[in-house]
Design a binder for this molecule. Structure first.
Ligand code: CUA
Length: 419
């Protein structure tokens, strides 16, 4: 087989191998930057494509010339004259031409890149009055979201954890902070990534075109559970968003009492046409319609065991969960862990790692270190109670919290009652 034949076959094989990338949906998925759902991500994708096409053109030209020269001028078996062909050097037209072409290629890439940097840096001036503002805090290994425009008498700013609910169709300015190390805030379909730096205020903005349920991820190595430091963004139509805020402002629900807020319906949400199953901690039903699950989560669970939930509230206090977790209106007032006031209405547990089902929550409470290695619920915070035994860390005096199966079941029932 000749060199030319092998080359042709290799090129054909490469082209065929690449086809599924563009046809079978390999480029889609929960965290695909190729399926943009907002103007910021779209702008970033446009810059990617400009760079891709320019560099592709350079590659094709250079590889073409190289292939042509290789095939045309290679020594042949029947070549009678096997001496070196004449060597050229220093053609000013070629050299100046290549410099001019390189500069032109860089300009073609630089102009849209700079425009995109300006555009994505902050909410455009003319939309600033309409922008919604939230604060996002990175912590090892979860996200805290504050709503500074929602002040609650006696307790301060409204907070939520790991699920950032935003109004759809409106620019959202996200102030980025960290409580410990460097994290990075990334919602692939909406915007990203910007680092959350210690002692420095960063920010980004994003906007969701339509109501939707989006996957987010910490994008900066931040410790042993960095890869599972996830979150969600839920974009709601304006009326639904107002209802959600009204619901969140309420103190924690007492089990057995039905919430008085109106129902959320997620108006305008279009379910995914090609749901992806790349979430091991989730059921196929969840992946097929995450927003449907989110809406269902806003309602009190059918078959709630009121007695068990009330017992769970006692366990939550006795096992000192209250020192790290706040449950506004109930006993919890800790700030080291996520606020759990409306935990039952979240679709995820352990920072987006698992679906918020009874089975998963039970596993998270009883074996936190198996779910998310090194987390503070397991290890304890600054000597405060954790699940870890004292001897495992030598001189640390950490109280060993033991939660029995029955206590965990009660905790699960209680936490799921918090709508
Ligand atoms: Cu936080 Cu990686």
């Amino acid at each position: 087989m000749s060199f030319a034949t092998i080359s042709r076959r290799l090129a054909t094989a490469a082209a065929v191998a690449c086809l599924p990338l563009f046809t079978s949906g390999w480029l889609s998925g929960h965290q695909s930057t190729f399926e943009t759902k907002g103007p910021v991500a779209r702008t970033q994708l446009d810059v990617f494509y400009v760079t891709l096409w320019v560099t592709m053109l350079v590659f094709v030209l250079v590889a073409g010339v190289l292939a042509y020269a290789t095939l045309k001028f290679k020594a042949r078996k029947d070549d009678a004259n096997k001496t070196m062909p004449p060597q050229g050097h220093g053609n000013p037209f070629v050299e100046l031409g290549l410099i001019a072409l390189s500069i032109a290629a860089l300009v073609v890439i630089a102009v849209p890149t700079l425009r995109a940097i300006w555009y994505t840096y902050d909410v455009p001036e003319e939309q600033r009055a309409n922008a919604y503002e939230v604060n996002a805090h990175g912590l090892q290994w979860w996200f805290k979201f504050e709503y500074p425009s929602e002040q609650i008498d006696g307790t301060g700013t409204l907070v939520n954890a790991n699920e950032l609910v935003i109004p759809a169709g409106r620019p959202v300015r996200v102030n980025l902070r960290t409580a410990d190390v460097i994290h990075s805030f990334w919602v692939p379909k909406l915007a990203g990534k910007v680092d959350m730096m210690p002692n420095r205020g960063n920010h980004l903005w994003l906007q969701s075109d339509e109501p939707g349920y989006f996957w987010g991820q910490c994008a900066e190595f931040c410790g042993e559970s960095h890869s599972v430091m996830r979150f969600r963004v839920v974009a709601l139509a304006e009326a639904d968003f107002a209802k959600w805020i009204a619901k969140q402002r309420q103190p924690a629900r007492i089990p057995a009492v039905a919430p008085e807020q109106p129902k959320l319906v997620a108006a305008g949400y279009v379910p995914l046409s090609n749901p992806k199953r790349n979430s091991p901690g989730y059921t196929a039903e969840f992946d097929a319609d995450p927003m449907g699950h989110w809406v269902a989560k806003q309602e009190v669970d059918a078959g709630e065991d009121v007695a068990l939930a009330l017992h769970g509230r006692t366990v939550f206090k006795e096992k000192s969960c209250i020192t790290c977790h706040a449950v506004r209106g109930h006993d919890g007032m800790g700030v080291n862990g996520p606020d759990l006031t409306h935990f039952g209405s979240r679709t995820t547990v352990a920072a987006g790692l698992l679906e918020n089902s009874k089975v998963n929550l039970h596993r998270w409470i009883t074996q936190p270190n198996n779910v998310k290695p090194g987390n503070k619920m397991y290890r304890g915070v600054n000597g405060m109670a954790g699940y870890m035994t004292a001897d495992a860390e030598g001189d640390m005096t950490v109280e060993h919290i033991k939660v029995s199966d029955d206590e965990a079941r009660a905790l699960v029932e209680y936490l799921h009652s918090l709508k």
